[in-house]
Write a protein that binds this ligand. Structure first.
Ligand code: GLY
Length: 360
């Protein structure tokens, strides 16, 4: 069961949580960005009781075993015992890796997640997936080593969103769209209606969005699904809608000069996988048109070349949901519901990517 507190006044949430326990030491894990923009700007240090900071470098490329070793070494130098608390203040990398280090240090100490990005608020911080990327022989496998362990608390405050550039907000927003499409048709309709009031023409997002509302709505959906199926035996797989082709597109562009943010790639994945839903008669032509138009107005178009499609499809073979060498998808249909464990052939994936390329 996820213990989530959504409160704009994050200072109170932290103090109340700490007061309810008796910790021997408090450590805050940050990267240089969250240290500067969240700790300093939001005067984190001045209200939090006595604590130490561990700062690591920011970025997905730091989410590896060497950084974990640095964290475990610092925890050991600080003589943390099992009654210590680790506060992970940051985005998905800090939360996933900090949670992993806390869960394994002396077989586990308490940790709380304070997500500072929209993406980590609505996705990574809820549901207890913790871990790091693993590289060898020039390959990097994302989230390859890890555990499931639900944090002792997740403290969510939209105040942190003020520290983010628009591109990061847009990236996190793709998971919000996904949650509506897989679990709440009415909320999807309201997103479509509110699009008219958004200023998306210049690729910005901030105007007209009630972040308090969409963050708590998304967290409720993710919480319900991950409480029902914490270790992804079934229902939790629906959270992967948009992610099979989306991850493949993200990985493909990681190796080029045109890197995409996670949500920008998932937006491509949502269009392609909605096309697959149409092909299986799970949604209508009208639904697909609406989803495609909405996503393209918010995210614009990623230029994918026809000659790159085979390489992108090849990358879907690395997906963690695959079983018996078959690539398995989660597909929506009707909107507001989602199935999982649906095998899709390479030919169909190619057709879906071609649909994306052709859609204006
Ligand atoms: N991000 C998908 C999940 O937590 O299962």
């Amino acid at each position: 069961m996820n213990h989530i507190i959504i409160n704009k006044d994050f200072r109170n949430s932290i103090l109340e949580f700490i007061k309810s326990k008796k910790y021997s030491q408090i450590i805050v894990l940050v990267d240089e960005n969250t240290n500067k923009h969240c700790c300093e700007r939001l005067a984190f240090k001045s209200f939090l009781p006595k604590h130490e900071l561990i700062e690591i470098k920011s970025g997905e490329e730091e989410k590896n075993l060497s950084t974990c070793i640095q964290i475990w070494q610092k925890m050991t130098d600080m003589e943390l015992d099992r009654k210590a608390l680790l506060i992970n203040l940051g985005g998905g990398v800090i939360g996933d890796m900090g949670g992993f280090c806390a869960s394994t240090y002396k077989r586990g100490i308490d940790f709380i997640q304070i997500p500072t990005t929209l993406l980590s608020m609505v996705d990574a911080s809820v549901g207890g997936k913790l871990g790091i990327d693993f590289s060898f022989d020039n390959n990097t496998f994302k989230n390859h080593i890890g555990v499931f362990r639900v944090p002792d608390a997740v403290l969510v405050s939209t105040e942190f969103l003020k520290t983010l550039p628009n591109s990061e907000l847009r990236s996190g927003f793709a998971e919000v769209i996904k949650h509506c499409l897989i679990a709440d048709a009415d909320k999807w309709k309201s997103l479509v209606v509110s699009l008219q009031s958004l200023n998306v023409s210049d690729g910005t997002l901030s105007i007209g969005i009630d972040f308090e509302d969409i963050v708590s709505h998304s967290i409720q959906i993710k919480d319900k699904i991950t409480t029902e199926d914490p270790t992804e035996k079934g229902l939790r797989k629906t959270l992967n809608f948009g992610h099979t082709l989306g991850h493949a597109v993200e990985s493909f562009y990681l190796n080029t000069s045109e890197k995409l943010l996670h949500g920008e790639a998932i937006a491509v994945g949502i269009i392609c996988e909605s096309y697959l839903s149409l092909k299986r008669n799970l949604i209508s032509e009208e639904d697909l048109k609406q989803i495609s138009e909405y996503i393209l107005s918010v995210y614009g178009k990623v230029i994918i070349q026809n000659h790159d499609l085979d390489a992108i499809i090849e990358l879907t073979k690395q997906d963690k949901k695959n079983e018996y060498s078959e690539v398995q998808f989660a597909l929506i249909g009707p909107i507001g519901t989602c199935g999982y464990g649906i095998t899709v052939e390479e030919k169909e994936m190619k057709e879906a990517l071609e649909y994306y390329i052709k859609t204006v």
